[in-house]
Design a protein around this ligand. Structure first.
Ligand code: PLP
Length: 398
């Protein structure tokens, strides 16, 4: 442990609430898909701040937008009309079949907004007292009380009871169980097409299509949580496009403003009728500074065909990892994912391998102690991915 790092670690322990288990690393600087720690050591970033910095660190054009907007206007409140917010909404809506946007500050808040909208839509538009939200096992929708209830993992809500009512969870992939769970009290089904925090688990397309069809048949809302999968990460702008789905509501956050805190829901014309002036709000939602950065982020993602890039690089990475899996039998149980959202499930506890990778300059996430989770910035070079696979092979062989 270097002196510089030991100093940071000591201050953290003294100053901050003990909510995070942190990696033994203090980062000081970043550029593209590279990071440097407080001792100047260089790393390849295969995590992108947990699917946040999709365009990489300190993207030149985004730095320009931040600098210009910082001198013009930061925040005024949603009491006023704001052009940057409208530019962003227009750009976002150009990517999907939705008609309206609500801006907020995080993924959890985006899902809260989706849940609130679904319930209010059922009562005010459909005239049904239907408030139940159905979610899937191993999902993750956030850490507010409402989204914790939706997430339904006992470990995460330990000590926080009582959680809000009105959430039912069924086994992911079990269509019959979902069919049984839908009742007259159901407002919506909320799911991730690829369960990110669940260990990078893509749900089968056929299942997803059946879930959507069931929602149509029973006249309830179909909500996709695209907080992690959205913004080109999976090889399409939205992951629901892979399956031809048309969710009524989509939540987005993580990479929306490439590292500044921002979330949103995209909503169809019909579902949007569930809100009216005064029914939902948040102070910072869609502020001028954040909207300017997010609008430029969306513009660059579209202009530079980042979805295609993610599909190509993700396909290349998965192929290389499958080849590694065959070369080293018994070491890798499964390679999963979609685009640049990749999980490498190891046959044994992966702590040692993860530590070796970090030591050799590769930052990734270890999920459930056995799955290496890769969420690299979409701008990462192919050579960096190849070098990672080679380093992983060494680490596995040792
Ligand atoms: C990260 C995540 C969230 C929560 O987002 P926060 O910004 O941390 O509140 C919700 N849903 C999914 C799928 C996520 O990956």
């Amino acid at each position: 442990m270097s002196r510089a790092f030991a100093e940071v670690k000591k201050r953290e322990e003294a100053l901050l609430c003990r909510t995070y288990g942190r990696y033994p690393l203090a980062l000081a600087r970043g550029r593209g898909a590279r990071l440097w720690d407080v001792d100047g050591k260089e790393y390849v970033d295969l995590l992108a701040g947990l699917a946040v910095t999709g365009l990489g660190h300190c993207h030149e054009e985004l730095c320009g937008v931040v600098a210009r907007q910082a001198e013009q206007l930061w925040h005024v409140s949603n009491l006023f009309y704001q052009n940057n917010q409208l530019d962003l909404a227009e750009k976002l809506l150009s990517t999907s079949h939705h008609a309206k946007v609500f801006f907020c500050n995080s993924g959890a808040e985006a899902n809260e907004a989706a849940i609130k909208l679904a319930r209010r839509y059922m009562r005010r538009v459909k005239g049904r007292d239907a408030a139940e939200i159905i979610t899937l096992s191993d999902c993750f929708h956030g850490r507010t009380l409402g989204t914790l209830a939706a997430t339904g993992r006992p470990g995460l809500s330990d000590g926080f009871a009582p959680l809000p009512q009105g959430f039912t969870q069924v086994a992911a992939g079990d269509f019959e169980a979902l069919g049984r769970a839908v009742t007259a009290a159901t407002a919506a089904v909320l799911l991730e097409t690829v369960q990110g925090e669940g260990g990078v688990v893509p749900l089968p397309g056929e299942y997803l299509r059946k879930v959507e069809a069931l929602c149509r048949e029973r006249d309830i809302l179909f909500i996709c949580d695209e907080v992690q999968t959205g913004m080109c990460r999976t090889g399409r702008f939205w992951s629901f496009e892979h399956y031809g789905l048309k969710p009524d509501i989509v939540s987005v956050a993580k990479s929306l403003a490439n590292g500044l805190p921002m979330g949103a829901i995209l909503v169809t014309e019909d579902a949007a009728k569930g809100f009216e002036p005064g029914s939902h709000a948040t102070t910072f939602g869609g502020g001028e500074m954040l909207s300017a950065v997010a609008a430029k982020t969306v513009e660059i993602l579209l202009r530079d065909n980042m979805a295609e890039r993610a599909a190509f690089l993700g396909g290349h990475l998965k192929e290389a990892l499958e080849a590694l899996r065959s070369r080293q039998p018994g070491k890798i149980r499964e390679v999963r994912g979609l685009g640049l959202m990749v999980g490498i499930e190891l046959a044994a506890n992966g702590r040692k391998i993860w530590e070796k990778l970090l030591d050799r300059g590769y930052i990734c996430n270890l999920s459930h102690e056995k799955t290496l989770r890769l969420l690299p910035p979409l701008v990462i070079e192919r050579a960096a991915l190849d070098a990672f696979v080679a380093t992983l092979e060494q680490a596995i062989q040792e």
